[in-house]
Write a protein that binds this ligand. Structure first.
Ligand code: IPM
Ligand code: MG
Length: 381
C-alpha cells in the first residue's frame, strides 16, 4: 500500500472511532441509577478464578465468603456462583477477551470476585480486565491504600474505561514507519468519576481531593479532565480540590514530609494504573492491595497482582498470598451493603497478618500455604 492509501484507511478508521466514542458519551450522559443492594432480595456473587495462581486463591476466598455469609447463603439472600471459562486457554481458543457464553453468565450476576487473568503481550487478544470494565461499564476503579503507622490513608479513584485504554487495541500503523494510539476523555465519563471521588470524600469526612493529570502536555484530554473535576468540585465547597501533575505526585508518595496529607485522588486511567502500583508497594506490595471496579449496574472486585507464572512454574502456587483477593472480598462486602461483615474480615486479617501472626506466609515453601493461612483466618473469624 502506498502512503496515501494508509492515510485514507486511517482517516476512515478514525471516523468510525469518533462516531463510536460520541455515541458512548451520549449513552453515559443519560446515566442510569445505581443498584441499592440494601433493598435487594437476592444477590448473586459470581466467582471467576482466572489463570495461574487465580484458582488456588479463589478456592480459599470462597471458603472465607462461605463462612462470613453462611446465614445469607442458607436463607437464599446470597448465592455464590462459579463462573467457568474465563481462562487463557478458552479465551485464546475462541479469540475473544471474554467468550460470549462467559459474558452472558457474568451478566447474570450482580457482583463479581475475580482472580488474575493472563494477558498475552502483543498479538490481538485484548485484556479480559479491560474488556470486562468496558462491557459492564465499570467506570470507577477504587483502590484504597492504608499504612496506619505512617499516617497513610489514601483512596484512589482511577477512571476505568477511558484514556489510553478505551482504544488501546485500535491504534493505526504505517508498517516500518509509524504507530499511533488514541487517548479519549469524555465529558460524561469524567463527570461520573469526579462525582464518585467527591461523594466518597464527603461521605467519609475527607477534606481534600487531588486531581492528578499531565494537563500541561496532554492539553485536550487531561485539560478537559481537570476542568470538569473542578466543575464537579464546585458542588462540594467543604472539600479542597488541588491540581497536581502525575510526575511530581509519584515523588510525593515517597516523600515522608508530605505524603500523609493526601486523602483522595482522582485520575485518568493510565496514571491511575501506574500510581496505584506504587501506592500498593508502599503498603507492602501489590499482593496486599484490592481493587474495586464499580459501575451503576455491575461491580467487579479483583486482586491487583498478576497470575504469578513464576510461582506456578516453580510448583509453589499453593504458597501464593491470598491477601489481595481477600482485600477484594472485603471491598465487595462493603459494596453490597454488608459493612459489618467487611469490617469483621478486615479486623481478622489485621489480627492474623499484623498483630498475632501465628501463621506466617513467605510466598514460598518455607512458609505457610494459602490454605493453611485461611484455616487460621477462619478459626479467628
Ligand atoms: C490493573 C492491571 C490491568 C490494567 C491490566 C492487567 C490490564 O494492571 O488492574 O491495574 O492495566 O488496568
Ligand atoms: Mg495495574
Amino acid at each position: 500500500m502506498d502512503q496515501n492509501a494508509y492515510i485514507e484507511q486511517a482517516a476512515a478508521h478514525f471516523r468510525t472511532l469518533l462516531t463510536e466514542q460520541l455515541n458512548r458519551q451520549e449513552r453515559m450522559a443519560q446515566g442510569s441509577p445505581a443498584k441499592d443492594f440494601s433493598r435487594m432480595e437476592r444477590i448473586v456473587i459470581g466467582l471467576i478464578p482466572g489463570d495461574g495462581i487465580g484458582p488456588i486463591l479463589m478456592a480459599q476466598a470462597r471458603r472465607v465468603l462461605e463462612k462470613l455469609l453462611a446465614d445469607e447463603i442458607a436463607n437464599g439472600r446470597v448465592e455464590l456462583r462459579d463462573i467457568e471459562g474465563l481462562t487463557i486457554e478458552n479465551r485464546t481458543a475462541q479469540g475473544k477477551a471474554i467468550p460470549d457464553e462467559v459474558l452472558a453468565s457474568i451478566k447474570d450476576c450482580d457482583v463479581l470476585l475475580k482472580g488474575p487473568t493472563e494477558t498475552p503481550k502483543g498479538g490481538t487478544l485484548e485484556s479480559a480486565n479491560v474488556a470486562m470494565r468496558r462491557e459492564l461499564d465499570l467506570f470507577a476503579n477504587v483502590r484504597p491504600v492504608s499504612v496506619p503507622k505512617l499516617g497513610i490513608d489514601w483512596t484512589f479513584f482511577r477512571e476505568n474505561t477511558e484514556g489510553e485504554y478505551a482504544l488501546g487495541s485500535r491504534g493505526v500503523e504505517v508498517p516500518g514507519m509509524l504507530s499511533m494510539d488514541f487517548k479519549v476523555t469524555t465529558d460524561a465519563g469524567t463527570r461520573r468519576i469526579a462525582k464518585a471521588a467527591f461523594d466518597f470524600a464527603r461521605a467519609n469526612g475527607k477534606t481534600n481531593v487531588a486531581i492528578v493529570t499531565k494537563a500541561n502536555i496532554m492539553k485536550k484530554t487531561d485539560g478537559m479532565f481537570t476542568r470538569i473535576c473542578h466543575e464537579v468540585a464546585a458542588d462540594y465547597p467543604e472539600i479542597t480540590a488541588e491540581d497536581w501533575y502525575i510526575d511530581i505526585m509519584t515523588a510525593n508518595l515517597v516523600n515522608p514530609e508530605i505524603r500523609s496529607r493526601f486523602q483522595v485522588f482522582v485520575l485518568p486511567n493510565l496514571y491511575g494504573d501506574i500510581i496505584t502500583d506504587e501506592a500498593a508497594q508502599i503498603q507492602g506490595g501489590v499482593g496486599t492491595a484490592g481493587s474495586a471496579n464499580t459501575g451503576s449496574q455491575y461491580a467487579m472486585f479483583e486482586a491487583v497482582h498478576g497470575t504469578a507464572p513464576r510461582l506456578i512454574a516453580d510448583g509453589e502456587g499453593d504458597y501464593a498470598n491470598p491477601a489481595s483477593i481477600l482485600k477484594a472480598a472485603e471491598l465487595l462486602l462493603r459494596h453490597i451493603a454488608m459493612a459489618d461483615k467487611a469490617d469483621q474480615l478486615a479486623a481478622t486479617m489485621y489480627l492474623c497478618t499484623e498483630t498475632e501472626q501465628r501463621v506466617i506466609m513467605t510466598g514460598h515453601r518455607d512458609g505457610a500455604s494459602c490454605a493453611q493461612f485461611v484455616d487460621y483466618l477462619l478459626e479467628k473469624l
